[in-house]
Write a protein that binds this ligand. Sequence first.
Ligand code: ZN
Length: 69
Amino acid sequence: MMEKMHTTDEDIVWTCQYCGEANSVWIDLTVEGKQDFIEECSICCRPNRIIVSVDEGDNIFIESRQHDE
Ligand SMILES: [Zn+2]
């Protein structure tokens, strides 16, 4: 699942691929390139793989995947 987001701060919302709940995570947008990490859902505690990228227009893209996919 891909979502295009516009945000002025660095709290990014992602959707748990197991239970569908929205979670937020703080991201350091000064890091260049793609960020790829595991976050546990605060509702069901299952690990989701989070992939964050920023394009040249400062658009933030966040993708969440099931960890075992
Ligand atoms: Zn969950």
